[in-house]
Design a binder for this molecule. Structure first.
Ligand code: HPA
Length: 258
């Protein structure tokens, strides 16, 4: 592995790994790119390598040792690092809880809407005095063309992916109460996770194409058949591990289809 100037050439895709996804096993010829960004350091190095003959970058959102909780992630630095590494398209892997019945544990989904319940996070590039104020359009929070590519790749790879749904981004790191999930369901949320925002909004401000591939790891609190179920990290991680084959096949098809 080299830490030489791995950036410079464009990447076909950047992938952000969430809880339980700290590396891509298929990535070969890996170089580590550890840029300075205007926003400070990212969660860890961007691992640049080849996958299905394409050049891609991978970043573990929570750090490779899962040391950074959702509210402490430097989302701006992570996305800026991927852009500096040559990314234009970013596929975010997000481990989530399922609220709607279509999103049972083990299911993969590609949401098309988002509600932000987070607070106190730096959620814009316009934070510092003197920076240009941006009011980016965010009616479609995920890039439609990239979503379409993801769904087409899933079909080619024979991987089932639920098309659409609303991702509710909560503050964490605790999981939600049953009342909070009931409220989110009434709001129209189908999935719940802790990292979907401000990441998606910042990607839009940075001009990056961005889509989410959600890995449903558990029923959200009170949403499953057993309303008294207690969610454990072991179950979450086991379900993410079980989903990685499908995620890899989808990524391979997405890259091969370019
Ligand atoms: N809630 C919020 N974030 C999550 C969950 C959940 O149930 N499962 C995995 N990430």
């Amino acid at each position: 592995m080299s830490t030489a100037h791995a950036a410079g050439r464009a990447l076909d895709l950047a992938v952000i790994g969430g809880t339980g996804v700290y590396a891509l096993a298929e990535l070969a010829d890996i170089e580590a790119f550890e840029p300075q960004t205007p926003y400070g350091p990212p969660s860890g190095p961007v691992r640049i390598g080849t996958f299905a003959g394409r050049r891609i970058g991978f970043l573990a959102r929570h750090g490779e040792g899962h040391g950074v909780p959702p509210h402490r992630i430097n989302y701006r630095a992570n996305l800026a690092a991927l852009k500096q590494a040559g990314a234009q398209r970013v596929l975010a892997l997000n481990t989530v809880g399922g609220i709607d019945a279509r999103y049972a544990p083990g299911v993969l989904g590609c949401p098309d809407q988002l509600i932000d319940y987070t607070w106190g996070r730096i959620s814009t590039l316009c934070e510092e005095a003197g920076t240009e104020v941006l009011h980016v359009d965010f009616g479609e929070p995920y890039t439609p063309a990239l979503r379409a590519d993801v769904l087409a790749a899933a079909r080619r790879a024979g991987v089932a992916v639920v098309d659409g749904g609303c991702y509710g981004a909560t503050q964490g790191p605790r999981l939600e109460t049953r009342a909070e999930i009931a409220r989110m369901r009434r709001d129209g949320c189908d999935l719940v996770g802790m990292t979907g925002m401000p990441e998606a909004g910042l990607a839009r401000e940075l001009g990056l194409d961005y889509a989410c591939l959600a890995i449903v790891a558990n029923w959200a609190a009170g949403a499953g058949p057993d309303p008294d179920e207690v969610i454990t990290l072991d179950d979450v991680l086991a379900n993410v591990r079980a989903a990685t084959g499908g995620v890899s096949a989808l990524l391979g098809a997405l890259l091969a289809g370019r």
